[in-house]
Ligand binder design. Structure first.
Ligand SMILES: *Cc1c(COP(=O)(O)O)cnc(C)c1O
Length: 431
């Protein structure tokens, strides 16, 4: 199995090359060269099985020709050592809780699997690899946690000083070990610019091997397929479900469309967004107009130019009519999102975070487009991660789960740097 670029200009890459490169040389994103359906009898056997059992089976189907089964099982078990419960909410709506990993957000799934794969495959010459990541808050903790303690790998996280919440900052600054954290005296854009400059800095490339762990990496996308298969396998026998996916960069939804190619039965998908709605707009007009993002309370989805869109087009070979048969858009502003959190809480006592609420709101558009039947709304974050937005709406405190409370007490390890490239270079070369 090789991986091909959506740009169509780069040669196919093997798994290790695709993982360490992130972006293909032609600027495109990697996809598996083919996605074969899973044997239907194997799919049927997965009914009711645990998330890790389903994940092992799907990983084996996708990567079994590249990695021996026992090793792959170990990678899956180490990375995905938490449950992904499907919680019935009445009215044939089921919530797929993707936030039971160490940082309480669904990015744990992708980041942890990618970290274990990279640790297993290593680099071409066996050199140590430094993962460089800029964060505006949440990705930093998922990446840092995922790479913590993986042999042969080190992580350097850059964040803008004073611009992430205390809880977010503590989640990555208290880890220590092979996770080093730089507090940049600037904005998130400065952090991103520094990371980009580091990748093209000749003085650095002579001395150390750098890689990124951003959301476009194929190693983060593949494991997201697992939970779609898992969700379908948890549902009672009957009509196939709709999946409503709260989306920003559209990695999550791309994985869903890949799961369909693997043979997961579905009536269709909903691209549920906040007012950053370039993809829902594209589905209506056929024109993609990327633009600067607008800040919302579901800020992990504030994306004005979603990078995985190229993958969606590649999966459908540019056929908008075929894409429209599988995918409908649904757009929700902050007021609707708050109302949804309040109503669901009042009706059932369940507390949605703002991202999950956008997914929940998408169910209605899904029903209109694909008809009645079971609906799975993907829940991407624990409400405590966005408690500033959630608590005023539900009128009570969201309790902090124990594993987060622990890091509030732990010691912070952080180095401050100015926004100059020379400062980042000196830090990286000093090791
Ligand atoms: C990243 C993120 C999303 C968006 O996921 P994409 O794969 O980028 O569409 C949604 N919710 C939360 C909480 C996230 O962190």
């Amino acid at each position: 199995m090789k991986f091909v670029s959506t740009g169509g200009q780069s040669p196919a890459a093997d798994l290790r090359a695709a993982l360490t490169a992130g972006l293909a040389p032609d600027g495109g994103l990697y996809l598996p060269e083919r996605i074969d359906p899973i044997d239907t009898s194997l799919l049927a056997e997965l009914n009711g099985q645990s998330f890790s059992a389903v994940s092992r089976a799907v990983a084996g189907h996708l990567l079994g020709s590249l990695i021996p089964a026992a090793d792959l099982d170990r990678i899956v078990d180490t990375a995905l050592n938490f449950e992904v419960p499907l919680v019935a909410q009445g009215d044939d709506v089921h919530l797929l809780e993707l936030f039971h990993g160490p940082t309480l957000a669904f990015k744990d799934v992708g980041a942890r699997f990618m970290a274990q794969l990279l640790g297993y495959l290593g680099t071409e010459g066996g050199d140590p690899l430094t993962i460089l990541a800029a964060t505006s808050g949440d990705t930093g903790s998922a990446v840092a946690q995922a790479f913590l303690g993986v042999p042969g790998l080190g992580t350097v996280i850059l964040f803008p000083k004073g611009k992430v919440t205390d809880l977010q900052e503590r989640q990555f600054t208290t880890l220590g070990g092979n996770v080093r954290v730089l507090e940049v005296d600037g904005t998130f854009d400065d952090c991103q610019r520094l990371v980009k400059s580091a990748f093209s800095d000749p003085l650095l490339s002579d001395a150390i091997r750098l890689s990124s762990a951003n959301s476009i990496n194929i190693g983060r996308l593949l494991p997201q397929i697992f939970y779609y298969v898992h969700a379908a396998a948890q549902l009672p026998r009957g009509p196939a479900p709709i999946f409503s996916v709260p989306s920003g960069n559209f990695g999550n939804l791309t994985a869903g469309l890949m799961a369909k190619k693997l043979g997961v039965a579905t009536r269709g998908f909903v691209a549920a967004t906040n007012v950053n709605d370039v993809v829902p707009e594209y589905l209506l007009s056929g024109v993609l107009s990327p633009r600067p993002s607008i800040p919302t309370i579901s800020n992990a989805m504030d994306v004005g130019d979603p990078s995985n869109f190229a993958r969606i087009l590649a999966l459908y070979e540019g056929g908008l009519d075929r894409l429209r048969k599988d995918l409908v858009g649904s757009v929700h502003n902050d007021d609707e999102t708050r109302d949804c959190i309040a109503q669901v809480y009042e009706r059932t006592g369940y507390v949605l975070d703002p991202h999950s609420a956008v997914g929940y709101l998408g169910v209605e558009a899904g029903r209109r487009a694909f008809g009645e039947g079971p609906c799975v709304a993907l829940c991407t974050a624990h409400p405590v991660k966005f408690r500033e937005a959630v608590e005023p709406v539900v009128g009570s405190e969201v309790p902090v789960p124990e594993r987060l409370a622990a890091c509030l007490q732990a010691e912070r390890h952080v180095t401050s740097i100015p926004t100059e490239m020379s400062a980042l270079r000196d830090f990286l070369l000093a090791v």
